[in-house]
Design a protein around this ligand. Sequence first.
Ligand code: SAH
Ligand code: SF4
Length: 355
Amino acid sequence: MNLKDFLAPGEAAAATLAGWGEPAFRLKQLKEWAYGRFAASYDEMSNLPKGLRRRLEDAGIAPFALEVVERLQDPDDGTVKWLSRLEDGNTVETVLMRVPERTTVCLSTQVGCPVRCVFCASGRNGLVRNLTSGEIVDQVMLACRELGGRVDNIVVMGMGEPLLNLEALAPALERTAFGARHVTISTSGIVPGILRLAQLAEEAPQGAASRNWNLALSLHGVDDESRARIIPPHHRYPLEEIFQACRVHREKTGRMLTLEYALVRGQNDSLEAQRRLAEIAHDLRAKVNLIPCNPNASALAAPELRRCRQWLDGLCARGVQATLRHSRGQAILAACGQLRQQWQREGRPLSSPTP
Ligand code: SAH
Ligand code: SF4
């Protein structure tokens, strides 16, 4: 057990503390340290009695869910990537990206991933387990600690399929108390999960924080046949059903959908595909994020940069709001799942390119 999961609403924290004879305001103090001041050790919680700190420790409640085993910083763009060990020895990745205007943390939601897209390092060995809410929250806290303040944006685009662990993700996002428009959840297209997300948004209690989180769909192909070359069948839904679910999500949240499209040379980069992608984007009123395929995890590769730019221009010329993602943190294996995979292969941390 870690402190964030211990403090989860509806759990027994208040009762446990009362049972230890602690006054009610201790819970508030603990939450302030955990969420407001990003504390990672009981030592930091200076206004808590030493006896209580020891008692929490003795009860097996870890002050922080993550033990960083590797921290890499890209010397070019400042991207930081952590590999953290969890209570059961599994490892998980978190990335912090910085541009002058904003900071963005990229969260993992599962150890491994059951979807197993062919180009993705995270899914290489399937799912190991879901992360708990506390383990997700503490990735945000890790980034806040690094910055010495709150991170601006959260993207759920790290290891794992977020919509196959929504039970842990949704409460985690609520507890970090980020404005919903600063949060984006990326999915490979899990239809029941998209519909559940729409339902959660609709059912957000009056006066509570909005759950109108942004949605990004990993499209990667303009028809079921081309998607099938990248996403294996067991978790892949028919495109029409996915589009319908995305429309429902937009209706309930008012958010503009993002279509992520990993450009793979010879697989999905024809001009015909480009034309069809523009049609889909217009139909769904979505913007498009082109991602040149990162070759580290498979034999698939991106088209030449010139062709990627041509795709960007082509979409823009058709009136689509589109961006071409330039790969951040390349020097530190920042594509999801790569660092963990290398670490497992080598059985030891990599040495950091920066001191
Ligand atoms: N599981 C979720 C979120 C994590 S992956 C999802 O699939 O949407 C974040 C994005 O990176 C997804 O669009 C994913 O398809 C893409 N991605 C994964 N491996 C990649 C690679 N080698 N090259 C380019 N994009 C990749
Ligand atoms: Fe899972 Fe996303 Fe990787 Fe596919 S791309 S294997 S859904 S993490």
